[in-house]
Design a protein around this ligand. Structure first.
Ligand code: GLP
Length: 233
């Protein structure tokens, strides 16, 4: 695990972009993408750059269940608005949150992940150490599944909704096992609200109680943190 503490999130995002470009230069063309406020700066870097994304494939980590792609709170909308509108990819996959047949969504997404093995996976981290929507207690070898979000995650994500009551209770997410198959994982962590989760991820024991701690056992992980997120390391 390579841990880089940067001056601020702008510097960290710049470095993440450089790492991504290096992976692409080395033949990587399948990107695992994340939502949330954390990767926004990185997506801005991509948008402002002259990187041609038309030959790249993207696979997103997760999506809320029951929110249409046209809903501004959906991860479909987020990706479209923050990246794909400006930089269309050759193909982009996001779990279908409007399909309530979980078994069908799961089967399809696992097939997508099999067909398109991820070269570089971008990750944020939840305040409870979750990655994607893999909440504490999720098996390390899990594949795509439907989750019931924890109160901590609903509260943390309520800032994007009118109230916590409007945050969906369920989501589809790539599993921890699926994430671990990526050749290179870049985890971004910004702000003091991530400090405890980050130190548990890097310095703590490998435990399903901190889903991101599994990254200690991955051969090629880069963690980019700002000073605040790194304050407890
Ligand atoms: N499913 C997403 C995660 O993929 C993300 O890492 C996390 C942190 O969000 P933020 O980057 O806004 O702090 O939020 C959500 O729960």
């Amino acid at each position: 695990m390579k841990v880089l503490v940067m001056k601020n999130k702008e510097e960290a995002s710049k470095r993440a972009f450089e790492l991504l470009l290096a992976d692409i230069k080395n033949g990587g063309h399948i990107l695992g993408l994340a939502t949330g406020s954390t990767p926004l700066d990185l997506y801005q870097q991509i948008v402002k750059s002259d990187l041609d994304c038309s030959k790249l494939i993207s696979i997103n980590l997760d999506e809320y269940v029951g929110i249409a792609p046209t809903n501004p709170q959906s991860y479909h909308y987020f990706m479209q608005h923050n990246l794909f509108d400006q930089k269309p990819f050759m193909k982009s996959f996001i779990p279908d949150g409007m399909n309530f047949n979980a078994a069908e969504v799961i089967k399809h997404y696992n097939q997508v992940l099999k067909n398109y093995p991820i070269d570089t996976q971008i990750l944020g981290i939840g305040t409870n150490g979750h990655i994607g929507f893999n909440e504490p207690g999720t098996a390390f070898d899990s594949q795509t599944h439907q989750v019931k979000l924890t109160t901590a995650t609903i509260e943390a994500n309520a800032r994007f909704f009118a109230s916590a009551a409007e945050v969906p209770q369920k989501a589809y997410t790539m599993g921890i096992g699926s994430i671990m198959k990526a050749k290179h994982i870049i985890l971004l962590a910004f702000g003091k609200q991530k400090a405890a989760a980050l130190t548990a991820t890097i310095n703590g024991p490998l435990t399903t109680e901190v889903p991101a701690s599994i990254l200690q056992s991955h051969p090629n992980v880069t963690i980019l943190a700002d000073q605040a997120a790194a304050s407890k390391l």
